[in-house]
Write a new protein. Structure first.
Length: 309
């Protein structure tokens, strides 16, 4: 059993990671400033292996206290996505870069660090994207995540993930993620306008992202001091592929538009050979994830569907 601290553990991803690590018998402490409220982790208090601190990762004294003696720190706290970072650029730099510095300085050398970086760090890519492809972030989100990834890898005793775009259901629901957004619009509006339809994107289900942390905790010695693209070669799709798959499941109109663009210019095929070589494969297919989203999202009444804010 490992003693694990998760920063940002009340978020979309962290709340699933916390559940999964507790289910495997680990001790989990979460620090989160609860930007999106306390509900995602509420029922975990019944578990004696779960504890929580409400606080900011920028608070260096607090970080030292909560990180003391931990075997692992999974650092997730951030302002996430380019729209939110664009809206709050100063805070994005403070939290994503300054918060990472605060987390790193709170750790002793023994503590193993796991950092959730992102494929947005690559920017525009020619050919197939591997971990050796130079980073060229094009949005403030990508810039701050790249700087933080360099800091984490520079610290050492660390594994970083450059994740594909997440999708799936979580107690802190995000509808700004492409697959979640397309499914929700198709279900609720029965109409979807899609730009850059030939752009190739790469996806990963949120449960597979959480399984990856478990895999890393169990295999840290072989993974240590490496960055991994995390996803699966079978999960590279164009936006048009996604729309056509959804149309087999939902009755809606779609229009492929000539205007609009992704700030991170993500149009790439990503290789996941490196993470496969250390024994990690994703398990949830796009079909299975879409079926989950359709079942769950059709129950929702959401007033601000496009907001991650
Ligand atoms: N979801 C994805 O597609 C994806 C992909 C790649 C990487 N990531 C990374 O995974 C991490 C989690 O993403 P998410 O999708 O769960 O986002 P999220 O916004 O749902 O979660 C972020 C969490 O961090 C907390 N937080 C923010 N600022 C904080 C601060 N100063 N102190 C303490 N807590 C703070 C928030 O309250 C929230 O609970 C992020 O680092 C993100 O960059 C996510």
């Amino acid at each position: 059993m490992a003693d694990i601290l998760i920063t940002g553990g009340a978020g979309f991803y962290g709340s699933i990671v916390a559940r999964r690590l507790l289910a495997s018998g680990h001790k989990v402490h979460v620090i989160d400033n609860l930007m999106y409220g306390p509900l995602p982790l509420m029922e975990l208090f019944i578990n004696p292996n779960y504890t929580f601190t409400k606080g900011d990762v920028l608070d260096r004294e607090l970080m030292k206290r909560v990180a003391a003696g931990k075997d692992f720190v999974v650092h997730l706290a951030a302002l996430v996505g380019y729209p939110l970072c664009k809206k709050e650029p100063e805070r994005a730099r403070q939290v994503n870069v300054g918060g990472t510095s605060s987390v790193i300085s709170a750790l002793d050398g023994q503590t193993k660090l796991i950092y959730a970086s992102t494929g947005s760090n690559y920017g525009e890519v020619e050919g197939i994207c591997t971990e050796e492809t130079p980073l060229n972030p094009l949005s403030l989100y990508g810039e701050t995540k790249t700087e933080a990834e360099y800091m984490c890898m520079g610290r050492g005793n660390c594994v970083s993930y450059r994740f594909a775009t997440a999708f799936g259901l979580s107690p802190r629901l995000r509808l700004d993620l492409m697959i979640n957004d397309f499914t929700f619009q198709a279900l609720v509006n029965r109409y979807l306008v899609v730009y850059e339809k030939h752009f190739r994107r790469t996806f990963i289900h949120i449960q597979d992202m959480a399984r990856c942390v478990e895999h890393t905790v169990d295999n840290f010695d072989v993974m240590r001091n490496n960055v991994y693209n995390v996803g699966d070669d079978s999960m590279n799709f164009t936006k048009e592929d996604i729309v056509l798959m959804l149309r087999k499941k939902i009755d809606f109109m779609s229009h492929f538009a000539a205007i609009g663009e992704d700030a991170d210019k993500r149009d790439y095929e990503v290789s996941y050979e490196k993470i496969r070589k250390v024994g990690f494969r994703t398990e949830i297919s796009m079909e299975q994830g879409m079926d989950e989203l359709i079942a769950g999202l059709s129950l929702l009444e959401v007033r601000k569907p496009y907001s991650n804010v």
